[in-house]
Write a protein that binds this ligand. Structure first.
Ligand code: XMP
Length: 520
């Protein structure tokens, strides 16, 4: 296994944590290049002078299950500073002669940690306070420190919440500094990379733009590419990136699945064909999609059918255009981590995002996914660098399977019609009230239950509409948006009064985790 680049970097060794990508992201936000590699793939011979620091991620394993993971101990014997996070902290202690055991009290969620000793790692972290709020998620803990290690901070249930061996520059934290719930967690990461590893800033979205354009040009050569354009931020950025890289060798295909938001197809055509003058093919496949989904209510089956149908359509058009070798998609880092791990580690599968898990095993077109190592906010920044207008860039994400996954149960023409209207009123109200840009994603869903209501002295028996609006940084974690009562009252009235088929509106107040953003 060779590492990608000859840039100075922080290497993140992934043991399968859901948050590994966040570690990479925090480091990039600090302007430093970082690369993730699975613990299964890295060997000590891969360690070179470009690696200025190593981070061992968390993970679902425990250090006793030694046969479930492999890790070449020599990797951390190269005089390179190491920071272990959660499982990474435990394995670092274990490899140095410490002990790890099951915690009597598992810690999940917020905990206070108390400073015990000074350390470069916590410079400005506690400020003048004695304790700091951190986010824990562990069932095991270090029970005996290795020789030459000392405690830097403890929580009520974890004596060794932060530890160090400053001679070897080994550091361990039992909590997750990479998640936003850990207050000032970024300071820990910043101290590790700048004060301890002494790496210099070398990464920006601007650099990425140039690199990605160059890579796409090299990859495509004289061939043609089709791009699955949905009009959302991700595929729009991919289209514009490819437009800059290969111009007329790019053919964008916009598929009307019949599961789009109201007027979506008109808006996309107006923007891309008229304004940006990109080669754009409009495919109306409404009937095909609805027919294939007719008797399907299982969420994973819906996603797989939609994914396959998209690919069939792209392959059909690729044949017509001739000499098309590639299919470009706006797959992002979170899409990959939640379908299958980008690095082949043990991240557990949650759902098949249509542009990842839903792809057929045999596909004639090769994939180009230039955004697959970027997070949503990085993609937005890249969009600005590529001169896309703010309206496109600030659009809420809309998933490929569209309204199909916002309509649990069977998909019918009647339900689609009702849902399109509800979604239209909700999103319009958010825009009219200046709330749209404060919310990361919002939508209406139609639940497969009917409830009794009373309208104008008459009994009604109609569908339940669920509204969801969340705040998030990258879609990996999310919280519900707190509307003021007059707004939620107004939109509930508007939906019930204007749409035949809905007589009740509920607001989803779950965060992610434990829920996901979409319903299916
Ligand atoms: P979940 O529901 O997994 O969603 O919390 C996280 C983010 O991903 C979007 N999403 C998708 N995007 N194809 C996409 O292009 C998909 O199959 C898909 N499923 C979910 C979702 O809207 C949210 O922004």
């Amino acid at each position: 296994m060779t590492l990608n680049s000859s840039l100075y970097k922080i290497l993140i060794i992934d043991f399968g944590s859901q948050f590994t990508q966040l570690i990479a992201r925090r480091i990039r936000e600090l302007g430093v290049f970082s690369e993730i590699i699975s613990h299964k793939k890295i060997k000590s011979k891969d360690i070179n002078k470009f690696i200025k620091g190593i981070i061992l991620s968390g993970g679902p394993l425990n250090v006793y299950e030694i046969n479930k993971y492999s890790f070449d101990k020599k990797i951390i014997q190269n005089e390179i500073p190491v920071l272990g996070i959660c499982f990474g902290h435990q394995i670092l202690s274990k490899l140095n002669g410490g002990r790890v055991k099951k915690s009597k009290h598992r810690e999940f969620g917020l905990a206070n940690i108390y400073k015990k000793n000074e350390s470069l790692l916590i410079k400005n972290f506690f400020k003048n306070k004695k304790f700091a709020k951190v986010w824990m998620s562990h069932a095991d803990q270090v029970s005996k420190l290795p020789k030459n290690f000392r405690v830097v901070a403890s929580s009520q249930n974890s004596k060794y919440a932060i530890v160090e061996n400053k001679y070897k520059k080994f550091y361990g934290v039992q909590f997750h500094p990479e998640v936003t719930h850990t207050e000032k967690g970024k300071i820990i990461i910043s101290n590790f990379i700048f004060l301890i590893c002494k790496i210099k800033k070398n990464w920006s979205v601007k650099n990425q733009k140039i690199k990605l354009i160059r890579e796409v040009k090299n990859q495509v050569g004289t061939n043609k590419v089709i791009c699955a354009l949905s009009g959302g931020v991700d595929s729009s950025v991919v289209a514009q990136l490819l437009n800059k890289a290969i111009g007329k060798k790019l053919y964008c295909i916009f598929v009307n699945t019949g599961l789009l938001r109201k007027n979506e197809e008109k808006q996309v055509l107006a923007t891309f064909k008229k304004k940006l003058k990109i080669n754009l093919i409009y495919v109306n496949a409404e009937k095909e999609f609805i027919r294939k989904l007719k008797k399907i209510s299982d969420p994973e089956k819906k996603r797989k059918i939609i994914g396959r149908l998209f690919i069939n359509i792209f392959e059909r058009y690729a044949k017509k255009i001739k000499n098309v070798k590639f299919l470009a998609q706006g797959t992002l880092y979170p899409d990959l981590i939640e379908s299958k791990s980008v690095t082949g580690s043990e991240t557990s599968k949650i759902k098949s995002h249509h542009n990842v898990g839903g792809l057929p095993k045999k596909m004639r077109l090769k994939l180009i996914e230039p955004l697959k190592l970027l997070f949503k906010d990085e993609v937005r920044k890249l969009g600005l660098e590529l001169n896309l207008n703010k309206e496109i860039i600030n659009r809420h994400p809309f998933p490929g399977p569209g309204l199909a996954i916002r309509m649990p149960g069977l998909i019918t023409h009647e339900k689609i019609k009702i849902l399109k209207e509800a979604d239209y009123y909700f999103i319009k109200a958010l825009k009219d009230h200046g709330l749209y840009n404060k919310i990361w994603q919002a939508y209406a869903a139609l639940l497969p239950v009917k409830t009794v209501g009373v309208m104008g002295d008459n009994r009604t028996y109609e569908y339940l509409c669920l509204l969801r609006a969340i705040t998030s940084e990258d879609g990996m974690t999310a919280d519900f948006y707190e509307f003021k009562k007059p707004f939620i009252q107004m939109i509930s009235n508007k939906i019930v009064n204007s749409i035949r088929g809905i007589n009740r509106v509920v607001y989803d107040v779950t965060s992610k985790p434990p829920s996901t953003i979409e319903l299916e």
